[in-house]
Design a protein around this ligand. Sequence first.
Ligand code: HMH
Length: 221
Amino acid sequence: SEKKGVIDTWIDKHRSLYAAATRHDFVVSIRDGSVDLSSFKTWLGQDYLFVRGFVPFVANVLIRAGKESGETSDMEVVLGGLASLNDEIEWFKSEGSKWGVDFSTVVAQKANQEYSRFLEALMSSEVEYSVVMTAFWAIEAVYQESFAHCLGDGNKTPAELIGACNRWGNDGFRQYCLSVKNIAERCLENASRDAFVEAENVLVRVLEHEVAFWEMSRGGQ
Ligand code: HMH
């Protein structure tokens, strides 16, 4: 709807990495119906652990949105994200029992641990708000783009995976991601040169972590 911002410019610049993160074989296999259910279960268990670590990250973004942003609406957008994470954890639990995945025995794999460490580093007060907001947008947007693809025209997504795809692929989540993107864009317009450079770097790192995260599903355990 608006003019092309810096985030879209960065996405264009890193187009193949962005495609690797949003059109991974695992995601494509959900869409074409060939998905291996043991891969799905692996993803489910690992993502449950990821989300548990993502909650404190988003809580940190919320605190910064209250303190550091000039706009009162920033906090409301992030609060909406935090609220949906509450539903998400409940959804994971019911999905875990549906698929027979016992989360209490799931161990975080290396890619998951590395992603968590990256999120923890972003929670440092040294990292500027514009950088954190860019990372936050990228983390949410990869899931939105990926799962929306599984719901797009001509999909053969198995009926039992539609719920998972709807969780991130629905239009409300798409709108929410656009709101986060607009916040990040506004912050980047006023960011220091260093923060601007760091934000692009962090965006690339998120995409790399997301690719590595999808890759874990290949292990199938
Ligand atoms: C790995 N990235 C990963 N898991 C998630 N649940 C999200 C992003 C949410 O957007």
